[in-house]
Design a protein around this ligand. Structure first.
Ligand SMILES: Nc1ncnc2c1ncn2[C@@H]1O[C@H](COP(=O)(O)OP(=O)(O)O)[C@@H](O)[C@H]1O
Ligand SMILES: [Mg+2]
Length: 252
């Protein structure tokens, strides 16, 4: 047997496979007006994205709308809440987004599940995800927030290592996830790199920018493995009919 030839065929096959994967990369539409445009069509399927921002930045609203849109388009969603109770999430989201009136029906029909785990540990979250992906065909998941999980680790290295292993496990489960991460500042210039910035496939930063007499919401796609994307700082609003990202507008 010609080992060299055999090896070459393997390499060519590998390259061909890679090209095919890139060409046919599926995307998950977030459903958030303007954001999918910034992402050239949506989040690459099966990737794991962090939503990073200070308190009140809009992380929960963003994450919920991502699941809502999925539930409406045949992709079941799982919201894992580590801070608020299930009832609080539903009540808050119903009052934030009164136009999304059928939230209760989606929950009743299990197209959208909200679950609070008993223990705030990554292992518990992984088991929950695995169970619902198998039993309810979940395609989109939210973990709100990783900051609560981080607190269960004695040191940062241990957290980084376990988060890395957790993401490796998720890659076999064909699910796309959004994980919220609490930044301890809303100021853009004071934001620092956290562990999630290095480990996750993508980072969307949400800001509450300080202006003389007001605050302005703005976001940027800081990183998104596997796709080109807008690098602009773009204003957004939380409105009764959903989050609106004003692509093409400047932040003043
Ligand atoms: N209907 C609404 N219209 C405009 N802004 C809203 C509405 N409902 C909530 N908000 C704003 O959204 C903020 C909450 O966003 P949330 O997604 O909970 O942020 P985070 O999860 O980052 O703390 C509130 O502090 C409020 O300013
Ligand atoms: Mg929140």
């Amino acid at each position: 047997m010609n080992i060299y030839k055999d090896y070459r065929i393997k390499v060519i096959r590998k390259i061909h496979l890679k090209v095919t994967v890139i060409r046919f990369m599926d995307r998950i539409k977030t459903g958030i007006a303007g954001l999918d445009e910034m992402l050239n069509g949506g989040i690459p399927k099966g990737r794991h994205i962090a939503l990073y921002g200070g308190p009140g930045a809009g992380k929960t609203s963003f994450a919920f709308e991502f699941l809502y849109h999925g539930a409406k388009t045949g992709e079941n969603g799982l919201y894992i809440t580590l801070e608020e109770t299930e009832d609080d999430i539903v009540e808050n989201m119903k009052s934030t987004f009164p136009m999304l009136a059928d939230v209760s029906e989606l929950i009743k029909s299990k197209k959208l599940e909200i679950v609070k785990p008993e223990k705030f540990e990554l292992e518990e979250v992984a088991n929950l995800l695995e169970d619902r992906i198998t039993s309810n065909n979940v395609k989109r998941a939210v973990i709100d927030s990783s900051t609560m999980i981080r607190l269960s680790f004695k040191n940062e290295n241990e957290y980084r290592q376990t988060l890395f292993e957790f993401l490796s496990l998720l890659r076999n489960l064909e699910v796309t996830t959004l994980t919220t991460v609490e930044a301890n500042t809303a100021k853009k210039e004071e934001m620092k790199f956290d562990i999630e910035h290095f480990v996750m496939d993508g980072i969307i930063n949400l800001y509450n920018l300080d202006r003389e007499d007001r605050r302005i919401r703005a976001l940027e796609i800081f990183k998104m493995r596997g796709t080109d994307h807008s690098r602009d700082l773009v204003p957004f609003k939380v409105t009764p009919s959903g989050v609106k990202v004003y692509v093409g507008e400047r932040v003043f």
